[in-house]
Ligand binder design. Sequence first.
Ligand SMILES: C[S@@+](CC[C@H](N)C(=O)[O-])C[C@H]1O[C@@H](n2cnc3c(N)ncnc32)[C@H](O)[C@@H]1O
Length: 220
Amino acid sequence: MKAEFWHQRWQAGEIGFHKHNYNAHMTRFIDLLGIEQGDNVLVPLCGKSLDMIWLRDQKFNVTGIEISPIAVADFFAENEIEHEISKHAWGKAYRSENLDILCADFFDISPSDLPHTDGIYDRASLIALPESMRPDYVKHLAGLIPDTTRSLLITLDYPQQEMDGPPFSVSENDVNQLFSELFIIEPIYTEDCLVNEPRFQAKGLSRLDERVFLLTKNIP
Ligand SMILES: C[S@@+](CC[C@H](N)C(=O)[O-])C[C@H]1O[C@@H](n2cnc3c(N)ncnc32)[C@H](O)[C@@H]1O
């Protein structure tokens, strides 16, 4: 997906992926990251997700990365969070108490742009990317984080031929192929969620599973 695709989506307000409640898998499984209050959680391709508010409220320090200036500005305005903006070679940093968003292309961010990452939360981020971009995403993500860092990954798995992404289908097999070289993979939970997703029913999907994985960056 080119950046322009996402800029247009945000411009047109076509953001069906944005939820108005906290993700139930995140609240249920976040402890598996093994992180403590004051630790830093990275949220790649964060949109204006309210999950970042929940993570901050658990006393984690949150750093999101998001390419759309509309998403980032909306996040701080809609949640009435005071912030400061600074310019960088890769874009702009929006910084507030315990919650920063780097408005940038994820692939332009280096480890030195981030605090030490203690955990990752990936909901609708990997699955926003087409198959051809996913290996680079995984490689870049692994390069941003210290060894042994854990990630909570939430994917959708459906017959790809029944619908064009995004969101793209990412099966357990896909996760194994993408991550097994650099991460230990633990499938945590699978939920048949088609019944709760009228917008995907309307697109004709016959099956939709939401999958949760715990990934641990493995020292090669
Ligand atoms: C499907 S949305 C999910 C947003 C968020 N994770 C959530 O749960 O609401 C994917 C987001 O990734 C952003 N995005 C896509 N490509 C990106 C990139 N290369 N760098 C940073 N953000 C990107 C899009 O603008 C969009 O907000």
